[in-house]
Design a protein around this ligand. Structure first.
Ligand code: TMP
Length: 231
């Protein structure tokens, strides 16, 4: 059996990751693929417990940046080994809401840890489980924050610890994501989300069709593939 595909959704807050990841999952399922939707931090009992600590500081103690970084990596290490790799081996398509690029953008560009440190820790946590494709849902910080505020109002929730960071922090994060997309242009595709949802979904689908189902290690040039062909 060919291995499944590993696709990550990344980007600043308010970029519509959750909407489009669910939409993509439905479209893949309709074609007969087995799909697993997961998220970071989280996706495992350990990871979800870590998510609670990271987002809401319910211990009452401020989390230092070093601990924050390692908690994200710990959640990732557990998710990769217990969920993502076994699923890929079974031929399942794995769609993950945030992954290692978020650590580079938020803890690297945002908090100021060196990228060398981040890349080494990412590598330790994820091994060779590199995404086949990363969709960077790009939105300017002002619009993203406005969308988050609307969502929080609709769901009657409050913003979490990282969402409450200063605008300058979120500007660095967005610039960081865009810098990462220039560093790995074959893997990271920038999706402009300030358009109609259907146009955004069509753009995402175009990149999905560019994946090659036969091998996770082929060169991008050979990644020309028609999804229907592996139904
Ligand atoms: P979200 O999945 O609801 O967007 O929430 C996750 C939050 O955690 C979001 O603010 C981004 C942040 N985050 C990091 O700072 N570093 C990471 O490595 C990951 C995965 C998420």
């Amino acid at each position: 059996m060919s291995k499944g595909k590993f696709i990550t959704f990344e980007g600043p807050e308010g970029g519509g990751k959750s909407t489009h990841i669910r939409r993509l999952a439905e479209r893949l399922k309709a074609l007969g693929h087995e799909v697993l939707l997961t998220r970071e931090p989280g996706g495992t009992p350990t990871g979800e417990a870590i998510r609670g600590i990271l987002q809401h500081e319910h211990t009452g103690e401020a989390i230092c940046p070093e601990a924050e970084l390692l908690l994200f990596e710990a959640s990732r290490a557990q998710l990769v080994r217990t969920v993502i790799l076994p699923a890929l081996q079974r031929g399942v398509w794995v769609l993950c809401d945030r992954f290692a690029d978020s650590t580079a953008a938020y803890q690297g560009y945002g908090r100021g840890f060196s990228l060398d440190t981040i890349f080494a820790l990412n590598q330790h946590a994820m091994g060779d489980c590199v995404p086949d494709l990363t969709l960077l849902m790009d939105i300017d910080v002002h619009s993203g924050r406005a969308r988050m505020a609307e969502r929080n109002l609709a769901l009657n929730t409050t913003s979490d610890r990282i969402e409450r960071e200063a605008v300058e922090f979120h500007e660095r994060v967005r610039a960081g994501f865009l810098a990462l997309s220039k560093r790995w242009p074959d893997r990271i595709k920038v999706i402009d989300v300030m358009r109609e949802k259907d146009d955004v979904a069509a753009d995402i689908w175009k990149h999905i069709q560019g994946l090659n189902p036969e091998s996770r290690s082929q060169e991008p040039e050979s990644r020309i593939w028609n999804l229907e062909s592996i139904r």
